[in-house]
Design a protein around this ligand. Structure first.
Ligand SMILES: Nc1ncnc2c1ncn2[C@@H]1O[C@H](COP(=O)(O)OP(=O)(O)OP(=O)(O)O)[C@@H](O)[C@H]1O
Length: 795
């Protein structure tokens, strides 16, 4: 018994040790334990058949001439004698299992915490079985071992036979309830579960498993019992003869051991709760199975052979050797800056130059006590003395504590699209919609994610590089994205800038269902398209809501993992990039009809993957209205003609001092970055679209939802019964305001744009408002409420 106590104690020691073991050592120790458990198992089994013959050899262990019959010879005979005879009898068979499991845990490097629990339960089982067998199989004490026999003896001295029986029953209940979680409800649920739905059937399965485990152990016990009964008579003899020789057992110790063991399961219960937490994941099993069977959904599969454009399609534009530094020019500019500042009594402590593709940045650290505003005020004077256009003073440079003076290089070098596309920064960019704009003043490739912007406002006077900038954006996306992942909607009122992209209509463009051309050049169609995009946005939001995700990225991940059923309307959602060139022209002709859906899209479309790029020549306040500006945090300015225009677009001056030809300022909120836009020529774009266009395409351009517009009033019929329920209210709003616009109805009556549009049509048909007049609001034909009342009453 004393030995038993030492046997149960090493476990925590082993556990503590294993934390220090290296992986290799764990594998070695694990294998050793597994093999040892096998040896133990076979020697135990063998012991039952040969113990009588081998017993006499135990004292002659060292004698090599004596051989035992046990499968593992004298070692097997001795260790089995110790465990089975002097220990726990048949219950000792649990030890090889426990040792084997320990070996497996170590071998596989599994956490040893759960193992501890197994050992505790294993020991409880060993003791309970040993006492139970000692109690019931009094005729064959070998079944319960010496421990079972002595424990019974001891307990019966105090509690009598009935007391021990009750104790055993209590032990059994304890094991069933704590380990197998058997409850009266559980038992009845088990029988009912076959008739219940699949979820409860799962629970029933667990119980069934638990029950079958129980049956298995009982079966084993029975088998062993039968086998031992066959050897019955001789066992009694020997056991009794030995009884008198049994050394005194340290019963107190054993009992206290038991107490420790029974108190441990309290801790292990908490771990069982974890299994319950895992259950909700069952919901994903179907999706995981689908992924296992068919792999993740691949949106690019339909155009599986699509080849991305190659870098050779782009020109190097002579800029092969990088920037050539003109030392003389640098020195000259530096001297001029120092002199000019000296004239105004501003001393310089330090000066440093960073050479960019178009401009060189001179960073100045002024002497102590010089006011920054003084230098900033001298901007024009410094520009004059440097005799250069495009001087920009940044005082101070954010995060640096220096003052920057940007001076244009005499010979600006072109930043080719090829160089920025080939840059590792762009190639390795893990962004949703990466755009390589060009290079910064410190000659770094500037790459941003359109999906994060999430919309872009571009402005610049004519001929300053806007169209090239738009092409750079589109080219970047064409080089990085598969046709399944992004779709463009191109609005080009000038009809010449973006026509080239017609060739990739069936790959990359999206259009309205009834339109022939994908590139939109007429204003009415722009309004239809914008409204159609609003419908698409609402549809996408609905899909996201059903899928319980927050944005398009999560939605597509879920869809790819086959967790969303296409039969429920789910589909892979490509990003949609709407590009509007000459937005000013559009606002001038269509006014609110354009502004409202654009503002709506800009406000809401970020999460569902619709991104807007709006370019304008005239960044005046009536083009870039407050509502549009507020929703376009990312702004890009090429050279503009006035400080006011610069303020309108960037909220700061500076864009008026740029030098043109792709020199631009970009801001995404606070900092303004000066960038030289990458240059991509029309022939290069031509080559790229030819390359893509010559490949297999989708049957048609990506189709946008249908939108029924409100443009022509000629075919409207004045059917009173089909009027909108809010018709009268809308008419009153229009007459009171004397302004016939759909957006007014939308705002006042809190209606969707489409419904407001339909009401306007009905008002036109009823003769209350005039026809569509582009940017202007419709004329209101009814002057006051009395007249309106008469019209409506006479109908
Ligand atoms: N990034 C650049 N690098 C070098 N040169 C450029 C760059 N961008 C534009 N240019 C030069 O400026 C010219 C005009 O550019 P672009 O056609 O893009 O101007 P724009 O602003 O679109 O003019 P518009 O508004 O009249 O269409 C180009 O033909 C080219 O020579």
């Amino acid at each position: 018994m004393a030995k038993k106590a030492t046997k149960s104690k090493p476990k925590p020691t082993k556990k503590g040790l294993s934390f220090k073991l290296s992986k290799q050592n764990k594998i070695i120790l694990g294998s050793l334990l597994m093999l040892f458990s096998i040896a133990l198992f076979f020697s135990f089994i063998s012991f039952y058949f040969n113990w009588q013959d081998d017993q006499s050899l135990l004292s002659e262990f060292k004698d090599r001439n004596e051989l035992a019959k046990n499968l593992l010879n004298k070692f097997g005979a001795s260790i089995s004698h110790f465990f089975m005879y002097k220990g726990f009898g048949l219950a000792s068979l649990i030890f090889p299992f426990l040792i084997c499991i320990t070996g497996i845990y170590l071998f596989l490097g599994l956490p040893l915490k759960a193992l501890f629990k197994k050992w505790i339960w294993g020991l409880i089982f060993v003791i309970w079985i040993s006492i139970a067998l000692g109690f019931f199989a009094t005729n064959s004490p070998l079944l319960g071992g010496l421990v079972g026999f002595e424990m019974n003896d001891f307990l019966q001295d105090y509690a009598g036979k009935i007391g021990v029986l009750l104790l055993l029953i209590f032990g059994l209940i304890f094991i069933l309830v704590r380990l197998f979680k058997v409850t009266p409800e559980g038992i009845s649920a088990f029988f009912k579960s076959r008739k219940e739905a699949i979820s409860s059937e799962f629970k029933a399965n667990q119980e069934r498993k638990a029950n079958s485990k129980k049956e298995q152990t009982e079966q084993e016990e029975e088998d062993m019992l039968i086998r031992s009964l066959e050897e019955d008579s001789s066992v009694i003899m020997d056991t009794y003869t030995h009884k008198t020789e049994i050394p005194h057992l340290e019963k107190e110790e054993d009992i206290s051991d038991f107490k420790i063991n029974t108190s441990e399961p309290e801790e292990t219960l908490a771990m069982e709760v974890e299994q319950v937490i895992e259950e909700p994941e069952e919901l994903d099993i179907l999706a995981n199975k689908l992924v296992d069977d068919f792999g993740e959904f691949d949106p690019t599969l339909e155009l599986g052979n699509y080849k991305f454009p190659t870098i050779e399609l782009l020109d190097a534009h002579g800029a092969t050797g990088g920037i050539t530094i003109n030392q003389e020019e640098l020195e000259e500019n530096k001297n001029k800056i120092v002199e000019t500042l000296k004239n105004y009594k501003i001393g310089i402590a330090q000066i440093k130059a960073t050479i960019g593709p178009t401009v060189t940045l001179y960073e100045i650290v002024p002497e102590a006590g010089v006011r920054i505003s003084k230098i900033k005020n001298l901007e024009d004077d410094i520009a004059l003395s440097l005799a250069a256009l495009g001087i920009r003073i940044i005082a101070p440079i954010p995060g640096k504590g220096t003052i920057g003076i940007e001076v244009p290089n005499k010979n600006a070098s072109i930043v080719s699209m090829r160089s920025v596309i080939a840059s590792s920064k762009f190639q390795k960019a893990e962004m949703e919609l990466p755009i390589a704009f060009g290079k910064t003043i410190s000659n770094e490739t500037f790459v941003v994610d359109l999906a994060k912007m999430p919309h872009l406002l571009m402005a610049g006077a004519t001929g300053q590089g806007k169209s090239v900038g738009l092409n750079a954006v589109l080219t970047s996306l064409l080089y990085k994205k598969h046709p399944a992942e992004v779709k463009f909607i191109l609005v080009d009122p000038k009809k010449v800038e973006l026509t080239l992209y017609n060739k990739i209509e069936r790959h990359f463009l999206a259009k309205l269902p009834d339109s022939e051309e994908a590139i939109i050049t007429d204003n009415t169609k722009v309004i239809h398209t914008l409204n159609s995009l609003c419908i698409e946005m609402d549809n996408r939001y609905e899909l996201l809501k059903v899928a319980m995700v927050r944005n398009i990225k999560e939605y597509n991940v879920k869809f790819k993992a086959r967790k969303l059923n296409p039969n429920d309307g789910h589909k892979f959602l490509p990003y949609i990039v709407l590009v509007i060139d000459e937005f000013a022209d559009l606002i001038m002709t269509a006014g609110k009809e354009v502004e409202t859906p654009v503002a709506r899209l800009a406000q809401l479309a970020r999460a569902i993957g619709i991104h807007l790029i709006i370019a304008t020549q005239r960044p005046s306040v009536n083009v870039i209205t407050g509502i549009i500006k507020a929703n376009f945090p990312a702004r890009l300015a090429f050279r503009v003609t006035s400080k006011i225009d610069s303020r309108t677009i960037l909220d700061t001056a500076g864009a008026d001092q740029l030098i043109g030809r792709g020199d631009m300022l970009f801001t995404q909120g606070n900092d303004v970055t000066r960038i030289q836009c990458a240059f991509v020529d029309t022939p290069e774009v031509g080559k790229i679209v030819d390359f893509i266009g010559s490949q297999r395409a989708y049957p048609d351009a990506h189709e946008l939802p249908e939108y029924v517009g409100e443009d022509s009033g000629t075919s409207l019929d004045n059917n009173v019964s089909e009027r909108d329920a809010k018709f009268r209210e809308a008419a009153e709003v229009i007459v009171i305001a004397q302004q016939g616009s759909a957006s007014l109805i939308q705002r006042k009556l809190k209606l969707g744009y489409n419904r407001a549009g339909r009401i306007i049509d009905q008002l036109e048909a009823a003769g209350i408002v005039g026809p569509f007049e582009g940017s202007k609001a419709r004329q209101v034909y009814v002057t006051d409420m009395v007249a309106l009342q008469q019209i409506l009453d006479n109908e």
